[in-house]
Ligand binder design. Structure first.
Ligand code: ATP
Ligand code: MG
Length: 749
């Protein structure tokens, strides 16, 4: 997220490259030597000690090499006996010397096998066979040649199947990420002053950096959360210093140099998914003064990185401005809530469930989670912050977890486990880190708020010792900064490997890449996901790369299919007009009636965000940004009213959910799994999720069964289990969410 002090919105359009590409295979096989001993190149287990994953090398269908016309080989020698040739080839494959030689030429066992299969097929199926190879095979059949003489031909073929064998040195050079500072010559051309504002949460780091930003002639602020960016945006405009707001993770290059740049929450540089954006900002921003704000754990790394740019770092340390106390008692019951409490959950379902229970106690609460539009988040935050508003409880995800200034007295962790994606791109569920816990806890007792002392605790007593343990752990110094291959690097890779898909290119890139100890390559799963999704759409590489870096949530099917449609329309060179996008999102939209409607509207908001993000990059093809921004604001307002009465939506969803799930269950299982109902209680008592006014004659089979008392709680549980296992594989996230809500509500009963 970037904020720029300038009067007009800054835009950037990446230029599409039209450079023609030529595959190494087109350059011809070169001169072959039949002296096998001379076929030595470097192996792949590589100079940097890192083993290349050759499973990423996707074989390419070899191009037709035989000369047209008559079978000159047969005329010069004799026709080949195919079964004899097959026998020779198989022996060739099994020879230890050949395997060793192949390995020395870059073919590990896997590649050797794949290349051989392809070579054998080529030899057996070519008619006529290349003259030189025909002669060599004929000599071997006659006992005047040696089997090893096949090797050069085999290697020539292998290089066609795996073109990267021929350009490993080039590929290694391109993917050498050991000097990232050199990627930003404009920034290297100026001497920047780096000031690091270090300290715990709520110590005034951002405040001091922003004071300088406000005083400068021009400036840029970069931060991790939309809500935080809005906070700064508002502060700036309130102070009479106009500024613009740009969202999206990509650093937008603009020509003029700024006087001041603020990069907030610099410790995010270690983030396995997004760290690269901080590295890029730190190394690439052209400003006379760069103000970094964040945890002291980043000081050493930043100082080391700045040695390589020749820039000195001035560290300013801050102390916490207010006290923060970890309580000895958990909240235990929502009956113990007090004004100024914020319950932090790590998934949306818990948000809905908790807010519903709070409302059932006659209390009003504000709700903030990541996928809400900024306007809605701000409205909810304002409502909670407003001393005259009766809404004094906040239920939020860690969307409030960094840098924000809210009127929170006490943070209550609903749980301490959070799903995340690790360095390898794998999903994990783990307890939150000390840094995350400190950041979230640090929202309590903000200096600027009415609560000058912060408190932190958990929902359940058993979690409290763990919270204390997490908070007491030292935050280790950050070791490495994230990197991401640039468009230029990928483009150079594509030049050498024109037949590889973009996802395959980045995989090979990451596998080959060399980084020094100060950096790591961020996980690229989201990038690859989009790359695979749009692979079949004809796009030039630059445009394809831009689409792949679009910040989308790949768990939202509507957003993913929208990106796909955008890319398709783009590839046809048909501008995505306002009418087109309205039709696509079926604008105008109705206010949400259920949580599912709300989620859909959030996804529509994301789609409009995507449009705007792409419009910065491709102005001509996404020409109606102003109009889209206008309907996005309207949509934000519609979502705001929905969230305002979120508990009503939850209630509506609950009653629908029960029937929907039961319907689904009956459809999927074809009625009862065992045929006859088991004996037991005749009625599910207090199942509030069934509508009281359901008409028996119109209700679904399952709801009638429930009403007739033929479905017992145990049977329902069993059905749910089966339904879950059937649907899990289909990734029907919304339904599962709804089911979760239902289950939690039943537990309450
Ligand atoms: N010297 C000051 N004068 C007035 N207000 C201040 C001062 N220092 C900090 N504040 C206010 O205190 C609050 C906390 O400060 P700030 O947001 O800068 O903390 P931080 O160290 O950046 O915290 P975090 O690590 O959570 O981002 C803000 O509302 C800020 O405006
Ligand atoms: Mg801050």
């Amino acid at each position: 997220m970037y904020m720029r002090r300038a009067s007009s919105l800054v835009r950037c359009c990446l230029q599409a490259s039209t450079r023609s590409r030529q595959s190494p295979a087109h350059r011809g096989p070169g001169v072959l030597s039949s002296v096998t001993g001379r076929w030595r190149t470097r192996g792949f287990s590589s100079d940097n000690g890192k083993r290349l994953d050759t499973s990423l090398f996707v074989p390419v269908e070899p191009r037709n090499m035989e000369s047209p016309g008559s079978d000159i080989g047969a005329e010069l020698t004799q026709p080949l006996n195919k079964s004899e040739v097959l026998n020779i080839l198989n022996k060739f494959y099994r020879r230890k010397e050949i395997q060793k030689l192949a390995a020395e030429n870059g073919l590990d066992a896997r590649l050797f096998h794949q290349a051989f299969i392809s070579f054998r097929r080529y030899v057996m199926e070519s008619d006529p066979l290349q003259v030189d190879l025909h002669i060599v095979l004929s000599d071997i059949c006659c006992g005047v040649g040696h089997m090893d003489d096949i090797f050069p031909f085999f290697m020539r073929h292998a290089k066609q199947v795996f073109p990267m064998l021929d350009c490993m040195d080039d590929l290694r050079k391109i993917s050498d990420l050991r000097l990232p500072p050199n990627w930003y010559p404009e920034a290297r051309a100026i001497q920047r002053k780096i000031i690091f504002h270090a300290g715990p949460t709520n110590s005034g780091k951002t405040y001091h950096a922003i004071q300088r930003y406000l005083g400068a002639k021009s400036g840029i602020y970069c931060g991790p959360l939309k809500l935080l960016a809005h906070e700064i945006y508002k502060k700036s405009n309130d102070a009479g210093v106009p500024c613009d707001l740009i969202t999206g993770e990509e650093l937008i290059h603009v020509d003029p140099e700024d006087e001041v740049a603020v990069i907030d929450e610099i410790q995010m540089i270690r983030d396995p998914g997004r760290g690269w954006a901080w590295t890029r900002a730190l190394l690439g921003i052209c400003a006379q003064e760069i103000h970094l704000c964040g945890e002291a754990a980043a000081i050493n790394l930043v100082t080391e990185l700045m040695y390589t740019t020749g820039e000195e770092v001035e560290v300013r340390n801050y102390e916490r401005l207010t006290s923060l106390k970890v309580l000895d008692n958990a909240l235990q019951s929502l009956n113990n809530l007090r004004p100024g409490d914020c319950i932090v959950c790590f998934n949306k379902n818990d948000i809905f469930s908790v807010s519903r229970q709070i409302e059932a106690r006659g209390l009003e609460c504000a709700v903030i989670y990541g996928s809400l539009p900024p306007g809605t988040k701000i409205a909810q935050a304002n409502k909670f912050n407003d001393p005259d508003d009766q809404c004094k409880i906040l239920v939020a995800t860690d969307a409030i977890g960094m840098g924000l200034n809210l009127s929170i007295k006490r943070i209550i962790f609903n749980s301490l486990v959070k799903p995340s994606v690790n360095e390898k791109g794998e999903k994990e569920i783990d307890t939150i880190s000390t840094s995350q816990a400190l950041q979230i806890a640090g929202r309590a007792g903000r200096f600027s708020s009415m609560f000058k002392e912060g408190e932190v605790t958990t929902m359940v007593q058993e979690d409290l010792p763990l919270l204390k343990e997490i908070l007491d752990k030292p935050v280790h110094a950050i070791q490495a900064a994230g990197l991401h291959p640039t468009a230029e690097q990928i483009e150079m890779f594509a030049y050498h490997l024109p037949d590889a898909t973009l996802a395959n290119l980045v995989d090979i890139f990451v596998s080959l890449s060399q980084v020094d100890g100060h950096y790591f390559v961020c996980n690229i799963e989201d990038f690859k996901f989009v790359a695979d999704m749009i692979q079949h759409i004809p796009l030039n590489l630059r445009s394809r790369y831009v689409f792949c870096t679009a910040p989308i949530n790949r768990n939202l099917p509507f957003v993913c299919t929208s990106l796909l449609k955008f890319a398709r329309q783009f590839s046809r060179n048909e501008p995505l007009t306002f009418q087109w996008i309205c039709k696509h999102v079926t604008w105008p939209v109705s206010p949400p009636k259920t949580i599912k409607d709300l989620m859909h509207l959030e996804a529509v908001h994301d789609v409009l965000d995507l449009y705007l993000w792409l419009s910065y990059r491709f102005m001509d093809m996404f020409p109606d940004a102003a109009l889209v921004r206008a309907i996005q604001r309207e949509l934000d307002a519609i979502i705001q009213t929905g969230v305002h009465s979120i508990t009503k939506l939850i209630r509506a969803s609950e009653s629908r959910t029960a029937l929907q799930i039961l319907d689904e269950t009956s459809k999927d299982s074809g009625g009862f799994p065992d045929g006859a109902p088991t004996p037991g209680p005749r009625r599910i008592r207090g199942t509030k999720s069934l509508p009281a006014n359901a008409e028996p004659q119109k209700a679904s089979l399952t709801s009638r069964l429930v009403q007739d008392g033929l479905l017992t709680p145990d049977m329902l549980k069993q059905l749910e289990k089966e339904w879950m296992s059937r649907h899990q594989s289909r990734g029907n996230q919304t339904r599962l969410n709804e089911l979760d809500i239902l289950k939690k509500n039943r537990k309450k009963k």
